[in-house]
Write a protein that binds this ligand. Structure first.
Ligand code: MN
Length: 433
């Protein structure tokens, strides 16, 4: 890949959809977005869908009705194979792009093809969402210099952080969509003895995940300039974290039970193509750091490898729910603050020959930025639990309490383009059992 990733008619801000809710200002899913997911109706089997406004396009029904041709038809068939989008992801970007173009033509308010959409549209409110892919492996990175510095209470960045996007292998089997999360029991030090009790430092990490599309063969690293072509799309990721056990268990092998109990993601995958208008320069505020080694360096990733994506975390406590109070914002940040790009994460991950597979999930790490409102987890906001803070209703927090409900959102905005959203990833903390 050389030169900027091209825009096309699917990004045209003048387009409107015949699904009227898609044209409302602030809608997450206008015709310029068209994210992929898996849904079911009335306890039926999960099937592939595309979000448009407040509706879901039943992709298989549309394919069977003969709506697509060529590579787009191939892509729609692949999306319907199995209980996730892995076969579509494995095809690489061109078939998914062809499908996006034909979908946009059918959903356009000026559609000429004459396809009867009413037969293939499902109200979002009547569908149940499922994980969008069979996720074989889940890797979580640490790529925000601001998160790294606040967590270590140091203004310096260690050599490993500035040399490569560092990461740990996390747990794929416990990835879930929005729902309830039970407070886990963990071992922590109690004087000179360990004890086993419900965690007292239950935290969130506001992140964005990338789903791998086409994979690489074992032993064949992905060159940095080809890394973007292995991206299928993006979702919101909450890497729930238990800080008390994380610090106790983490030496020398890194996070384990502090992270593996649950990760919550948003259900819709916003494609690499849909995010192209929102690409921006990498490493703002870190320009004085040395350039990475050649296998992680590219002019293209430096110029346009970051995503200008607004992120927020909202908290509603049990008391706020009882008193009908709206959630309060804990974090407002942007993905562009990351030190490393997704292309660099992919190139680094495969640099030893490790094979990435279609449907693998790679998460950005806590997406904190320079300002206090950009702190993207409670360990940062409460200075690792040493500074409790007040909520507007008089409650205080250092970490999450039972009954707390946390919602993560993401929205991309740029002058001259129609804003697109990611939906939400929500989790409510239940008491330990
Ligand atoms: Mn994380």
């Amino acid at each position: 890949m050389n030169g900027p990733l091209p825009l096309n008619e699917t990004h045209d801000p003048a387009r409107r959809s015949s699904v009227s809710a898609a044209n409302a200002p602030g809608c997450d899913f206008p015709i310029q977005n068209l994210p992929f997911g898996m849904f079911s109706l009335d306890g039926g089997a999960p099937r592939p869908g595309v979000a448009i406004g407040d509706m879901i396009v039943d992709l298989t029904a549309m394919q069977q009705a003969g709506a697509f041709s060529g590579e787009a038809d191939l892509a729609a068939r692949a999306a319907g194979e199995g209980r996730g989008l892995n076969a579509l992801m494995a095809l690489g970007q061109a078939p998914a792009s062809a499908l996006r173009a034909q979908l946009a033509d059918h959903l356009d308010a000026e559609a000429r093809a004459g396809f009867d959409l009413q037969k293939v549209l499902v109200p979002m409110g009547s569908a149940r969402m499922h994980l969008p892919a069979r996720i074989g492996d889940f890797t979580d990175f640490l790529t925000s210099s601001y998160h790294s510095m606040r967590m270590r209470k140091s203004d310096d960045l260690p050599l490993n952080f500035t040399s490569m996007p560092i990461a740990y292998h996390s747990r794929a089997s416990s990835i879930r969509l929005s729902g309830e999360v039970i407070r886990p029991h963990v071992q922590t030090p109690d004087g000179d003895k360990p004890r086993f009790a419900p965690t007292t430092q239950f935290d969130y990490e506001l992140e964005v995940g990338v789903f791998i599309g086409r994979g690489n063969e074992l032993g064949h690293p992905i060159p940095i300039d080809e890394a973007e072509s292995h991206v299928f799309g993006y979702c919101i990721t909450n890497d729930w974290s238990l800080r008390d056990v994380q610090y106790f268990e983490g030496q020398p092998l890194g996070p384990f039970l502090s992270k593996s109990f649950t990760t919550t993601i948003s259900p819709w995958i916003v494609t690499e193509e849909a995010m192209r208008p929102f690409r921006t320069a990498a490493r703002p505020g870190n320009e004085d750091q040395p350039s990475p080694l050649p296998h992680l360096a590219s002019d293209e990733t430096a110029r346009t490898g970051a995503l200008d994506l607004d992120l927020e975390a909202l908290l509603q406590t049990a008391k706020m729910r009882t008193e009908n109070q709206d959630p309060v914002t804990l974090t407002r940040t942007n993905l562009k603050h990351l030190f490393w790009t997704f292309a660099q994460m992919i190139a680094h991950h495969s640099s030893n020959g490790c094979n990435l597979m279609p449907g693998d999930l790679l998460a950005s790490g806590t997406a904190s930025g320079p300002d206090p409102e950009n702190r993207a987890c409670l360990a940062e906001i409460s200075a690792r639990g040493t500074e409790p803070f007040d909520l507007p209703n008089g409650e205080t927090r250092t970490f999450l309490e039972d009954g707390d409900e946390l919602t993560l959102r993401a929205f991309a905005r740029r002058e001259g383009h129609v804003p697109i959203g990611f939906g939400a990833a929500t989790g409510r903390v239940l008491p330990a059992t």
